[in-house]
Design a protein around this ligand. Sequence first.
Ligand code: GLP
Length: 255
Amino acid sequence: MDRVVLSHAGDVARLAAHRIAEALRADPELVLGLATGRTMERIYAELVRMHRAEGLCFAGCRTFNLDEYVCLGPDDPGSYRHYMNRHLFDLVDIDVARTHVPDGLAPDMQAEGLRYEALIRQSGGIGLQLLGLGENGHIGFNEPMSPLSSRTRAVALTPETRRQNSGMFASDTSGNDASRVPSRAITMGIGTILEAREILLVVTGMIKAAPLADALDGPPGLLAPASALRHHPQCHLIADAEAASWLRKLPDQCL
Ligand code: GLP
C-alpha cells in the first residue's frame, strides 16, 4: 500500500477528490464504491465544486455504497441513502437509478446481501472504492472479527461504533445518544471490498492514529479489519499528519 501524508485534512480531501475525478474522466462509465462518515463530507463537497466549476460529469457512472443501517429508509436523515443524496447525488448530474445503497428496509437481509453482490457483479465489479476507517479499525461496517472472506450481509454494530456515529443522530434535546443509532447494519464484506480494482483509503484526525497504525503496522488479523488491505495490489492511503503520526514506516510522499 503506498502512503501519501498531507498536513491538513482539507488537502487530503482535495487529493482524494482529484483522484476520483481523474478516474471518472478516464472512464466516464466508472463503477465507484462510495463511503459515508464525516471524513467523506469534504471529499463530496470538493467533487460538487468540481462538477459546478469544471463540469466534472457523473452522468455515466454507477455507484455502490458500502453500507446502510438496518431499519432505516431513504427518508430517514440518519440513513446513508439520505446522507448520499444530501452530500452528493442531489448536487451533481448523476442518474439516481445508477446509485446503489443496500436496502436497510429489505424484509430478508440475506436475500438483500445476495441481490447487492449480484448487482455489483453484473455491473462489472467496482473500479475505484473510496474507504474510511472506523475508530475501532472497521471498514464499511466490518467490525473486528469479521471474516476476510465475508460478503454483503447484516451485522451487529459494537457499542463503540454506535457511540462513534451518534453525532449523525443527534437531536436538540438528546445530544449525541448512542441508543438512537441502529444496532444493526448491512455492509459489503471484507471479501467484497478487496475485489475492487483500486482502493482509496482516506484517514484523518488524531482519533484515527491508533487504528491506522494497527491496520498498517500491527499484527495483521481479524482484530484489525483494515489490515486486510495490506495485500491489495492497488490500495492507496491518503492521510493527514495527525492520523499518520503513529505509523512506523515513512510515507512515500509527504507533501
Ligand atoms: C461509519 C462508516 C464507515 C466509515 C466510518 C468513519 O462507521 N460505516 O464506512 O469509515 O463511519 O467515519 P468518520 O469519517 O465519521 O470517522
